[in-house]
Design a protein around this ligand. Structure first.
Ligand SMILES: Cc1cc2nc3c(=O)[nH]c(=O)nc-3n(C[C@H](O)[C@H](O)[C@H](O)COP(=O)(O)O)c2cc1C
Length: 407
């Protein structure tokens, strides 16, 4: 396997995650110490200058997001870590939290200092009860050592709904309400948890921060792709020899990820497609394998980096069969608050089922394409907006698979 560059996973396998002394001996909490020696605005500007962009999917500049909350001047603010990780095929946040929970806590404390928050929540997916146990031990140790100062962190568990990874649905869920997205604007940095300014960042985003503060924005922004610097933790699944996780600079190409790190396609088969960024990611054919994985390069080919899930498919895979499972997922996970998503995800699955039952027509495909385009602009949140992407991209790149089902 080619060599990784580990920033987020710098302590992986080197420290006992349940012993804070190991983290401190490895240089832990130096980033927070440095942050506290700076003014709040200087910390925000340093993070903004590093061009660290969110690792949860939307790719927003982290420092810029923090400045919105800071600028409100409100007395009460919150820091929330999105550890919902509901994206099928993604487990990078679990790896970070299980192996180096203090780096997440330190990242959250840096954010809390910068924006002026005293309370933080980690919203962890319900399927990770063992991770919650580790986080609670880590929080207690950090409190006992006085590392967090007057910043308090509490863990809240989700209950298995994919939509609760969407930041405003997540906030509703922490408040004890049904997990449904809010209308935006206002965005959470201005009006979030209990209508107070709230920063929601992903686990991987937070875990980058201690190192950025310690080594500086210039060091960080010189790594990987210029417009989306640093590294990305990816999880490789599907028809690939090494089904594992890796951390690589963001200018690594898809081909390098699959062949140099993933070891290629097993059993001498040929590559057919790869879906990056989870269930709602676009499908990428062989002609785009030399694209780098950074956020903007992926967007330029109609794909996404998203959460960093890399799902590889060999030549034997039928794209229509794959899409049938994906449309079922979205039909099940739609929260039902807005009608384009509630109805649209249902109709999409219905049409694909009709097609695979041998009762589909060319009109079905063009209707589904139109429906997908409407959903991508009319749905209330990213779930419904992105749900048609797998269908639209497979129809574009693998039309032959669909035509095979037409009478
Ligand atoms: C349906 C849906 C699910 C999402 N799931 C997650 C998730 O599991 N983890 C995550 O960090 N972001 C998720 N997001 C993105 C969040 O809304 C938000 O953009 C992110 O937590 C912001 O953090 P970042 O700026 O550090 O990336 C999801 C978005 C949507 C629309």
């Amino acid at each position: 396997m080619a060599e990784e560059l580990r920033i987020v996973l710098r302590n992986y396998g080197k420290i006992d995650p349940l012993n804070i002394d190991d983290y401190l001996n490895a240089g832990g909490y130096k980033g927070l110490e440095k942050a506290r020696s700076m003014s709040q605005l200087d910390v925000i500007n340093e993070v903004r200058k590093s061009n660290l962009r969110g690792r949860g999917g939307a790719g927003f500049n982290t420092g810029a997001k923090w400045s919105f909350a800071y600028n409100t001047g409100a007395e009460e603010k919150y820091v929330v870590c999105n550890a919902d990780e509901g994206e099928p095929g993604t487990y990078k946040d679990r790896i970070i939290m299980e192996n180096d929970p203090q780096s997440l806590l330190e990242g959250m404390a840096i954010c809390a200092y910068a924006i002026g928050a005293k309370k933080g929540y980690i919203y962890c997916r319900g399927e990770y009860p063992y991770v919650v146990e580790k986080l609670n031990v880590a929080i207690q140790q950090a409190k006992d050592k006085g590392c967090l100062g007057d910043f308090d962190i509490e863990v809240r568990m989700g209950a298995g709904a994919y939509v609760c990874g969407e930041e405003s649905a997540l906030i509703e869920s922490i408040e004890g309400h049904r997990g449904e997205p809010r209308f935006k604007p206002p965005y959470p940095p201005v009006k979030g948890l209990w209508n107070k300014p709230t920063i929601v960042n992903n686990v991987e985003t937070f875990a980058n921060l201690p190192v950025i503060l310690e080594k500086g924005a210039d060091w960080y922004s010189s790594i990987g792709a210029k417009s989306y610097p640093g590294t990305k933790v990816l999880t490789l699944t599907g028809d690939v020899v090494n089904r594992t996780f890796i951390e690589v600079p963001t200018d690594t190409t898809i081909r390098q990820v699959i062949y140099d790190f993933g070891g290629g396609i097993p059993n001498g088969k040929k590559f057919k497609a790869v879906q990056i960024g989870g269930t709602s990611g676009g499908f990428i054919p062989a002609e785009f394998l030399d694209t780098s994985i950074d956020f903007d390069s992926m967007a330029a080919i109609g794909a996404t980096l998203g959460s960093g899930a890399v799902f590889v498919m060999d030549e034997t895979r039928d794209m229509v069969d794959v899409i049938k499972r994906i449309t079922k997922f979205f039909e099940h996970e739609s929260c039902g608050k807005c009608s384009p998503c509630r109805e649209g995800t249902k109709r999409m699955h219905e049409i694909i089922c009709r097609l695979t039952a041998g009762q589909g027509s060319a009109d079905d495909l063009s209707n589904m394409e139109r429906l997908g385009r409407v959903m991508s602009v009319a749905c209330l949140c990213g779930l419904g907006q992105a749900a048609p992407a797998p269908f639209l991209t497979t129809l574009k790149h693998f039309a032959g698979d669909y035509n095979a089902y037409l009478n």
